[in-house]
Design a protein around this ligand. Structure first.
Ligand code: ZN
Length: 148
C-alpha cells in the first residue's frame, strides 16, 4: 500500500501542474468567486446545471498548490452529480477537514487525501476554499466567499 503522505503529494502536485476543467464557462448557469486573503488564493467557479444535475463544471484561479489542486479535484468529483449529492459532498469534505477524528466518507473519492491537512489550520482554508465557492455557486449566492 502506498504511503498516504506520498500519495497526497503526488496527487496535489499533479492537479496543481495540470488542473482539470481549468477554464471559464460562458454558458454557466451558476458561478461564484472565492478568496482566501491569508494565503492569496483566488478562485472563480462555474457550474452548468440541467434541472438538478451538474452537467459541467470548471474553475479558474491562482494561489497555492493546495487551493488549486482541491478545486481541480472538486470539479472531477462534482461532474454528473445531482445538487443534493453535491451538497452532501461539500458537507462531507468540510467535516473531514475540520472535525477531529472524522473519517473520510466514501463519496469523497480522491478528495479524502486532504484529511492530513486538518493538522494545519491555516491550510484548511486553502483546501476548503473551492468547496465553499462551489457551494455558494450552487446556492446562487453572488457574494464573494472569503475565508476571513
Ligand atoms: Zn493557499
Amino acid at each position: 500500500m502506498m504511503d498516504l503522505q506520498a500519495l497526497y503529494q503526488e496527487v496535489i502536485l499533479d492537479h496543481n501542474n495540470a488542473p482539470r476543467n481549468h477554464h471559464a464557462m460562458d454558458c454557466a448557469t451558476c458561478e461564484a468567486r472565492g478568496v482566501n486573503p491569508l494565503c492569496g488564493d483566488k478562485l472563480s467557479v462555474y457550474l452548468l446545471l440541467k434541472k438538478d444535475v451538474i452537467e459541467d463544471v470548471s474553475f479558474l484561479g491562482e494561489g497555492c498548490a493546495i487551493s488549486q489542486a482541491s478545486a481541480s479535484l472538486m470539479t472531477e468529483a462534482l461532474k454528473g452529480k445531482t445538487t443534493t449529492e453535491a451538497q452532501a459532498l461539500f458537507k462531507a469534505f468540510q467535516t473531514l477537514l475540520t472535525e477531529e477524528g472524522a473519517k473520510p466518507d466514501a463519496s469523497l473519492g480522491k478528495l479524502a487525501i486532504f484529511e492530513g491537512v486538518r493538522t494545519f489550520p491555516a491550510r484548511v482554508k486553502c483546501a476548503t476554499l473551492a468547496s465553499h465557492a462551489f457551494e455558494a455557486a450552487l446556492n446562487k449566492d453572488t457574494t464573494p466567499v472569503t475565508t476571513e
